[in-house]
Write a protein that binds this ligand. Sequence first.
Ligand code: ACO
Length: 354
Amino acid sequence: MSETNQPSKVDKHAVHTAGGARVGATILGAGMALPKTVLTNADLEKLMDTSDEWIRQRTGITQRRIAKRELGETTASLGTRALQAALDDAGMRPTDLDQIVVATITPDMPTPSAACQIAANLGAGNIAAFDLGAACSGFVFALNTVDALIRSGNARNVGVVGADIITRHVDYSDRGRGTSILFGDGAGAFVVTGSDDPDTGVLARAMHTDGSRWPDLFIPRADDDFPADFDHDGHGVDINCLHMNGRAVFKFAVSTFGDLIQETLDKVGLKPEDVDHYVCHQSNKRILDAARERFGLPEEKLHINIDRYGNTVAASVCLCFSELKAANRIKPGQLVMFLGFGAGLTWGSSLWRL
Ligand code: ACO
């Protein structure tokens, strides 16, 4: 954080310290931003050999949003709109932020980061701003990072954004049909601030990576990025296109997702029913249904909105939470478990008391 950083002008969010460190963290605001253009399963039927029935049965998706540059929809512009909405929800101004952390694997340019662009778009001034890349686990990894920064006294009011335009990397032809039907674009954001209640913030976290599994999900930039044994048949336009071993990722996700919930509960001695909301990365409805069944969770505890947005990579967890908050279903004191898994392979959780 910059030495010249301006102090927050919002008294109620003033720095809380215990021996120099903030003692709790709270999610004060949430917001989201979606591209205008809706791409339905019926639209996809016109582009490739697929059907609405196949997509709904295998994935639970009926439509997704896709960003268009000609409409000014970029990762930074969607992230900016989402963070402004989160600031409005929190009753704060951009200049009240001292850090912006953006989870993304699709920044508009290699540099500057999406976080720098968002800070500039908002007029946030001289603050710390950086991107964090962990694909579909990115927003959960960012929440754990931001909670630690706040508790250690290294941040005060943080804008946490999940934003991706993954449809830049999919192929809407027959060759890409196993992957392209899953994905959509979007952005979500939280404003996380220091709190004087030590029982708020992250109670338990898990962050995992198995780097040896990277060939299951990757976006090559050159021919020699491909794994040596890669089978090019049946894949989408090769360079710059997301390649996914769907069956392998599906098997990994079904088992890992449930194990991750159990691992996180065990860290704090809770039972599945003790958690008020499970806010999960939305990659396939069947993966989420398997977790619901394993833990006997009702629909109102494990949320699903993949039908409307598809898999929006780093945005999906915050889109889901933002919708719950806007619907007034998020209350102070509740326990919320955020869960993500994706390319890397990566997987992680963040259990919050609000
Ligand atoms: N329409 C119709 N048929 C299709 C389509 C389509 N869009 N796509 C594939 N098929 C066909 C295949 O060609 C295959 O035909 P065949 O049996 O004649 O060979 C058949 O359907 C079955 O294909 P599978 O790939 O085995 O289908 P599966 O049931 O595994 O569903 C899916 C595919 C939906 C991609 C699934 O594997 C999945 O969801 N995987 C997990 C994806 C995921 O969770 N990713 C998360 C991370 S994303 C990130 O981190 C960026």
